[in-house]
Design a protein around this ligand. Structure first.
Ligand SMILES: [Mn+2]
Length: 332
């Protein structure tokens, strides 16, 4: 039984902190809130502490204040040594921001629940990782296995995570099981349209302006099969937007039948630069991300850019060369 290790972990502690990756998305926040409610149902003391704030479009699943952002040392409980730490939706323990420096060294033990593939991560006993559509899909099965009642607030959170991480039930890891779970969550009272409107139709005007500006940076390589978009912090400021509002923009070029890889270089307002990669079909962008110090899935991956975007662009395009080498191309 793959989930026995996590069940044992829950039994060992009375108090838990739950966290997820930096700039948490729908699956990170949905799984955190569902886990929070599950632990409280079991009579445990639990709270969420994240490196970054929860975007409004995802925060609707929880009452205000549940997605706490770790900013001051004073937020750390005095009896932190008695806590277990749940790390959700991330397989790299360094990708949890200041939670890694302020909380991780002080807790007794941590446990990772995730669904990202990585060849570099050594799975240990405190780690479950399944080839699931989302962390929420893993948690749904865990709660069922524990015979824990899934109530409507938990169902809404789990549904949001599955909806978000499957791109509304279309990404490659969407299976019959995913639909089966979604069916059960809707039977519990989740309203798909309400979730959709919150997640996809509640964007601000600034995010629309940001989209137009990012799309204007579009460059195409290898006979229009590789798209590159670039977002600097100045561009975010001009649009009056926030960094988080760019999170779906990488998917836009993939709507073209020609484009097989979409690359998005993005800088946040603090000047931290990242590169995200998406592909259709057989092109493995995880291996590119891994060779540059990042990680992810075969069709969705990313890495931190220490060097300038222009330098990294040439490097990433070179790595894609062998997929397109039988065709005429130009790399500037
Ligand atoms: Mn996820």
């Amino acid at each position: 039984m793959p989930n026995q290790a996590v069940i044992d972990f829950i039994e060992r502690y009375e108090k838990f902190i739950i966290t997820a990756h930096e700039t948490p998305d729908g699956d990170a926040l949905g799984s955190e809130y569902a886990m929070l409610l599950a632990l409280r149902k079991m009579g445990k003391d639990a709270r969420i502490l994240n490196a970054d704030p929860a975007p409004k479009k995802f925060a609707f699943v929880a009452p205000d204040g549940e997605f706490e952002v770790l900013v001051r040392k004073e937020q750390i409980p005095a009896d932190i040594a008695e806590f277990g730490l749940f790390v959700l939706d991330v397989n790299d323990i360094n990708n949890i921001g200041q939670v890694a420096t302020l909380i991780l060294p002080r807790v007794k033990e941590y446990f990772i629940v995730d669904h990202h593939d990585s060849e570099t991560v050594q799975l240990s006993e405190n780690h479950i990782e399944q080839n699931a559509s989302s962390t929420c899909e893993i948690l749904y099965q865990l709660f069922r296995e524990m015979e824990l009642e899934i109530d409507l607030p938990m169902a809404r959170a789990l549904y949001m995570g599955i909806l978000y991480d499957t791109g509304s039930f279309i990404y490659p890891k969407t299976t019959a099981l995913t639909f089966d779970i979604a069916h059960n969550l809707v039977s519990l009272g989740v309203r798909p349209n309400e979730t959709y409107v919150n997640v996809y139709e509640s964007n601000s005007i600034s995010s629309l302006v940001l989209m137009s500006k990012v799309l204007a940076t579009l460059e195409l390589f290898y006979n229009d099969q590789v798209a590159v978009q670039t977002m600097t912090q100045d561009l975010i400021r001009t649009a009056g937007a926030s960094y988080e509002e760019s999170d779906q923009l990488i998917n836009i070029p993939l709507r073209s039948a020609n484009v097989r890889v979409s690359i998005f270089f993005k800088e946040n307002l603090e000047g931290v630069r990242r590169c995200s990669l998406r592909s259709k079909g057989h092109i493995d962008v995880a291996s590119i991300a891994q060779s540059l110090g990042g990680g992810g899935h075969k069709t969705a991956a990313g890495f931190k850019c220490v060097r300038p975007f222009e330098v990294m662009k040439v490097e990433v395009l070179e790595m894609l060369h062998h997929y397109f080498n039988d065709q005429k191309h130009s790399v500037e």
